[in-house]
Design a protein around this ligand. Structure first.
Ligand code: KG4
Ligand code: ZN
Length: 360
């Protein structure tokens, strides 16, 4: 049995988890900082680092306690070392290094983006990853930092075939909520309010999908763009206010607006993913990242997967937002391949070029 301790601090969650044999989540602890950042309408990196420092030891100990394990029973420590906010990442990395040195444990630096993809396989059978009938596999990573499409072949070679050229999907939802003064983070608030609104009431653009007869260049075929929807929202809100003689949007107008806006974002994600499925003859899709918590998006992707006759692996909601279980799970594969990090392990802020995934 291999138990890995995972540590995550790339953004505004301080998290620690223990995962057995790469997929069985024994404990999964998260200290969220949402309340601290809410008043700023977004994550403040220095504040995040300070909060991580306060919480990291508590969270790690609590993960060990819940798993009923001591550090002597742990096989390795894996830690997110990028992409993410540099000051925040450094807290997790330095803590993991200290613990690994003190307890003489292997240290493994893990890519947060791969972590999100791997979250779809937690509490799942790992033979999914060996099943040739699942490949090519297309992973849609939709979070506050990413809207990316990764094409994965059965030998593990992988390529980012599409990404956002401006805002990420989660960012588009967060910024919309800020613009309408609804609170932070926007995704869950917009989902909740949308349930009471009419998603067909207003028509927001579907950038880079060819909607409205707008041609899409070859290089943007699988790319996303969300800033246009956000700008359309800004003008839409101004127009409504003007029509209301300067009064703010009525409750119904607000609900219909967020429902229509969410629909536009989901529609773009669904259209782009399944355009790529068709083009690359993908056999399965993965949906992951914070935005994948959204029930309407989950239903839409599941329905399209049935229509296109592909398997859908949706990360469980509890593993969609940032967590350390996905980091611990991934660590198992590095340990297995003896691909360990050394004490020079450093943080990086941006997603590096990807040529293969570590879990196949
Ligand atoms: O994966 P995550 O926790 O952090 C990043 O790595 O970015 O994703 C956070 C993002 C936020 O933009 C948040 O608004 C969005 O996920 N999100 C949602 C929902 N829950 C979180 N978006 C839509 N619907 C939700 N239910
Ligand atoms: Zn994330």
């Amino acid at each position: 049995m291999t138990y890995i301790l995972g540590i995550e601090s790339s953004c505004d969650e301080t998290a620690a988890a223990i995962v057995k044999d790469g997929s069985i989540v024994i404990s999964n602890k998260i200290a969220t900082q949402i309340a601290q950042h809410a008043e700023f309408g977004g994550v403040v990196p220095e504040l995040a680092a300070r909060e991580h420092l306060k919480n990291i030891d508590i969270v790690v100990n609590s993960a060990l306690k819940e798993a009923n394990l001591s550090l002597t029973e742990i096989s390795a420590i894996s830690v997110t070392n990028g992409p993410g906010l540099m000051p925040a990442l450094l807290v997790g990395i330095n803590y993991a290094k200290g613990l690994a040195i003190a307890k003489n444990l292997p240290l493994i630096g893990v890519n947060h983006f791969f972590g999100h993809i791997y979250s779809a396989f937690l509490d799942n059978e790992l033979h999914i990853l060996q099943d040739a009938e699942n490949f090519p596999m297309l992973a849609l990573v939709v979070s506050g930092g990413h809207s990316s499409l990764l094409l994965i072949e059965k030998d593990g070679t992988a390529k980012v075939i599409g990404a956002t050229i401006d805002d990420a999907a989660g960012e588009a939802l967060d910024k919309a909520a800020k613009l309408l003064d609804l609170g932070y983070p926007g995704g869950p608030i917009i989902e909740r309010l949308s349930a009471q609104g009419d998603k067909k009431k207003y028509q927001f653009p579907r950038p880079l999908t060819g909607a409205g007869g707008k041609a899409v260049s070859k290089e943007n075929r699988y790319n996303f763009s969300f800033s246009g929807i956000k700008t359309a929202l800004l003008y839409h809100a101004k127009d409504l206010k003007l029509a209301n003689d300067g009064e703010n949007l009525s409750e119904t107008e607000k609900l219909d607006t967020v429902a229509s806006y969410q629909e536009a974002v989901i529609d773009v994600l669904d259209k782009k993913l399944f355009l790529a499925v068709k083009d690359f003859k993908a056999k399965s899709v993965v949906l992951c990242g914070g935005v994948a918590c959204n029930n309407i998006l989950r239903q839409r992707i599941s329905k399209s997967a049935i229509k296109h006759k592909v398997r859908a692996y949706l990360a469980e909601k509890k593993y969609c937002t940032d967590n350390a279980a996905m980091i611990a799970g991934l660590g198992f594969h590095y340990l297995h391949k003896k691909e360990l990090s050394d004490w020079q392990l450093d943080a990086y802020s941006r997603l590096p070029q990807i040529s293969k995934v570590p879990f196949i």
